[in-house]
Design a protein around this ligand. Structure first.
Ligand SMILES: Nc1ncnc2c1ncn2[C@@H]1O[C@H](COP(=O)(O)OP(=O)(O)OP(=O)(O)O)[C@@H](O)[C@H]1O
Ligand SMILES: [Mg+2]
Length: 185
């Protein structure tokens, strides 16, 4: 079975995809939250709007590397250095036609979050995905940032046996293909 064929889209995932696209197109940001293995990374891969470029950034980078990597992905000739960081921050804040995707947001360095706030406030959409501890951390350390994010909580798909799995997979593929296509511009 190919990766595309075995993908299960429950109602929640479909509605989350719609909500995420709608936020991205309005320049607003999202936090995809879920425990290990619920499908956060897989969900992020679904985000491929035709009119906007998805800039995927490594969450382990420091702020100099993060800003330089975002711009590099958009074909700017950049060097990760603290001297250029103020200029790069301004450039990232003025980007249009793209949105930023950061998986494993639980690994983001505490010093990077205030920069994320500037980017979010500039209207550049950022889609974060991470473990529930991201929300716990933001609740205590950056409630201002959390208030700017729409949090979508993913839960595992529970399939009891192969029969149910085949039933789910088949029915969901037949009935959901149309609504899903709606979001791919
Ligand atoms: N909707 C889905 N239908 C079928 N398989 C899925 C779906 N979502 C995820 N999977 C599969 O479940 C496994 C875990 O998914 P994924 O890596 O996206 O989880 P994750 O939430 O990012 O986990 P982690 O927190 O460890 O990074 C993968 O093998 C993936 O292919
Ligand atoms: Mg993952």
């Amino acid at each position: 079975m190919s990766r595309k064929e075995d993908f299960i889209n429950d109602k929640r995932r479909i509605s989350y995809l719609g909500a995420t696209y709608s936020r991205i197109y309005r320049g607003q940001s999202v936090l995809i939250e879920g425990d290990y293995g619920v499908g956060k990374s897989r969900f992020l891969k679904l985000l491929r709007p035709k009119k906007l470029h998805a800039v995927r950034v490594e969450s382990l980078f420091n702020i100099h590397e993060t800003l330089a990597a975002i711009l590099k992905e958009l074909n700017y000739d950049t060097k990760a250095t603290y001297r250029r960081t103020p200029e790069y921050l301004r450039m990232v804040c003025s980007l249009s036609s793209c949105f930023i995707v950061i998986d494993e947001a639980n690994d983001i360095d505490p010093r990077v979050w205030p920069y994320m706030k500037r980017i979010i406030d500039a209207g550049v959409s950022v889609v974060f995905a991470g473990l529930p501890k991201v929300r716990t951390y933001l609740t205590s350390e950056h409630p201002d940032i959390l208030s700017r994010l729409k949090t979508l909580v993913l839960y595992p798909i529970v399939v009891e046996d192969f029969g149910v799995c085949a039933y789910l997979s088949l029915n969901i593929r037949i009935s959901i293909r149309k609504p899903l296509n709606k979001y791919i511009w």
